[in-house]
Design a protein around this ligand. Structure first.
Ligand code: SF4
Ligand code: SF4
Length: 339
């Protein structure tokens, strides 16, 4: 069923949902951006519908909750290990179509990548239901249409803010009750907004020749990229992490084990015993990241890893564009095939 609600009425829906769910959504943090007086849109638990940022693409993605930058997995003492608690209240996560597609990618890595499932990811994933934020327009640097992630039907209900009213398509009938608090509310046919065209387009070749690995197109990034790793931390599909054991000062045989996000673009990521390092230059690191996103993942799982959200372009302090790099790879691949 579909509903068209004034914002105040939608606020009452959120208040009712809060009794049964924790709700995580993009929120605007004033002045928290990387320049003075620039805002940042990040994921946070909301207590009010008016806090949800529905008009702008978030700078960070929903993985802020699903795979936190730092998560304590367990506590240890001399004798025992105890798994860290996770609140069991179900969670609603608001995300745009590309964001909901990105959860499919993180599921693939943590739950469908071999026989074992990651239990710490699984227990978070089991709590989640997703809410679609419709896209009435394409944002800067988005190329979701090229990546086939511009449409999505994996949501319990959708939200489109149009002329001050909230349009919702409720797919999971269990959620109709939250929208029918006012028994006189009318149902309507509502279709979420999806973009059908982006200014930025990419065309990823079906086959990327092996020679691309040694192509000099990567050299530019050895000097341009500063290896800050921001592109990885905003990317909804980057899942790499490292482990840290933290020993408490009072008793150094007691402590906690944390999973902490890692970045393939940061120096030290490929360090191995004996002083070895597989990818020493930022150009080599860029090659690894790009080919993982647009080739290697697909070879293993049959679909592209990158969802075309453009956040890596938005955040890069060196104005390096992922979609431009895809264009360079496509051109180089075409030249290779011709030669
Ligand atoms: S590589 Fe860039 S465009 Fe692709 S999913 Fe990650 S952040 Fe988005
Ligand atoms: S954000 Fe830009 S400069 Fe930083 S590691 Fe990524 S590509 Fe390099």
């Amino acid at each position: 069923m579909g509903y068209v609600l004034e914002m105040e009425d939608f606020s009452a829906v959120i208040d009712a949902l809060k009794k049964d769910y924790r709700i995580f959504a993009p929120v605007r943090k004033e002045g928290a951006g990387r320049f003075t007086d620039v805002d940042c849109v990040i994921y946070d638990e909301i207590s009010d519908a008016f806090d949800i940022e529905l008009t702008q693409k978030s700078d960070y993605s929903a993985k802020e909750w699903l795979t936190p930058l730092s998560e304590t997995l367990l506590y240890f003492t001399e004798e025992d290990v105890k798994e860290a608690d996770l609140p069991q209240k179900p969670v609603l996560i608001f995300g745009r179509s590309c964001d909901l597609h990105s959860i499919q990618r993180t599921d693939q890595i943590y739950l469908k990548n071999g026989d074992a499932k990651d239990p710490f990811y699984q227990r978070r994933r089991d709590l989640i239901k997703t809410v679609l934020i419709g896209c009435g327009q394409s944002f800067d640097n988005c190329f979701c249409v090229s990546m086939d992630t511009n449409q999505c039907d994996d949501y319990v209900f959708s939200v489109d803010l149009i002329d001050g009213n909230v349009y919702s398509d409720v797919k999971d009938a269990a959620f109709d009750a939250y929208f029918q608090l006012d028994k006189t509310v009318e149902t309507k046919s509502v279709t979420p907004q999806f973009v059908t065209e982006n200014d930025v387009k990419v065309d990823i070749p079906d086959v990327i020749p092996y020679q691309i690995i040694t192509d000099d197109l990567w050299d530019e990034y050895t000097t341009r990229c500063i290896g800050c790793g921001r592109c990885n931390f905003v990317c909804p599909t980057c899942t790499c992490y490292t482990m840290q054991d933290v020993f408490y000062r009072d008793n150094e045989r007691v402590g906690e084990r944390r999973r902490v996000a890692a970045s393939c673009m940061v120096d030290g990521y490929t360090n191995v015993a004996g002083g070895g390092q597989y990818r020493r230059t930022n150009g080599e690191r860029m090659r690894f990241k790009v080919l993982h996103k647009i080739s290697d993942f697909k070879k293993r799982f049959g679909y592209q890893m990158c969802v075309g959200c453009g956040r890596c372009d938005d955040v890069c302090p060196e104005y390096i564009s992922f979609s431009n790099i895809i264009g360079k790879v496509s051109n180089a691949a075409e030249q290779e095939v011709k030669s």
